[in-house]
Design a protein. Sequence first.
Length: 429
Amino acid sequence: MKTTVKNISDTKVELTITLSAEKLAIAEQVATTKLARDIKVAGFRKGKVPVAVAAKNIDPQVLQEAILDNAISKAVAEAFVEAKIQALDRPAVEVKKYVPGEALEFTAETEILPVVTLGDYKKLKAKTEKVEVSEDEINEIIERMRKGFSEKKVVERAAKDGDETVIDFVGKKDGIAFDGGTGNDYALTLGSNQFVPGFEEGVVGHKTGETFDIELTFPADYGSEELKGAKVTFTTTIKSISEIILPELTDELAAKAGPFETVAELKDDIKRELTSQKERENGDKLKDDLVNQLIAVSKVPVPEILVADQMKSIEQDFINNLMYQGLSIEQYLENKGFESKEKWIETEVKDVADKRVKAGLVLAELSKVEKVEATTDELDAHVETYRQQYAKNPEALKQFEQPEVRRDIANRLLTEKTVDLLVELNTKK
């Protein structure tokens, strides 16, 4: 077998493969043996027909097709292994010359795992921000905690900011009710900014039992194309008004919120939690930044097939998340003003997929260069962590027994260790 390699691009290759009569003879023998299993010949049971007898009863055209298929399949596999080229897809084959029993020449073209050339990954700019927690941030958490322990008292006075109102409303544009603009027994806390700007202010000053109109103009950048900049009228009825009574911040309240004896202990705990959260966020930001820098200083050819696979994955994950929110992709596209699904993919999905592929390729190369490995014990510990997360889901637990799931977890672990190494190499003092 003779093989010639032609690099069409950094991510695509064409192999020209020539097979001799000897190789074709082997392919003919294999093809004949396979076809003999289905040949019917008088005096022989199906599947027991001798190859020599079967050969005389096989349709010559069917035999030649089988010979070609067998010869090409085996030759392609051997050629890519010998050339040490990792194909990312089934090669597109084109027969250039075929003389039965004498010679076969064909080309096999496919996208390949590209050669990645790393830049200087030890001299990236690691930007770490100092973590600080302000009193305002602590107080914001405390206010939310106080609201959790608040009491509601029905009042007969006019509604004001901070009250919880229960309302019915119907929104109309040009006198016609629009989708999503109607609600019954809706609990709305005034000042929470849940509704269109101006709506909650329009409720303030009205009493229980009143029905009134609130005329508004939707923001020009509102999600729905139908309502962008639209003038609407909400006919609203207040069914009840409750004053929210917040408890005083005392040591007793701190004790109710957790294992604290004083307000000071509660605040210290909140500060520790906020600090830890910010440190994790800073760490994630640093990792992302260093990976992006590594991509920028490296040569990372991007195979189209890998980007396409990532785009499908991102699209499906996004659609699933929308479903959890009770939305469809069609509703999302309409709300965001995309004229088509293809436009959304081009605008929001393609770049993300491209970056993911580049990150995967560059980190895979770094792990090879730095000989990063994941031990069996580390993998077992990782798998156990996942198992604990799904401990109450027997069906999900079964997945972790599958080899492909374990391989996927191993790949994630290797990526995590490689990113951690990248951080370590660029934060040494």
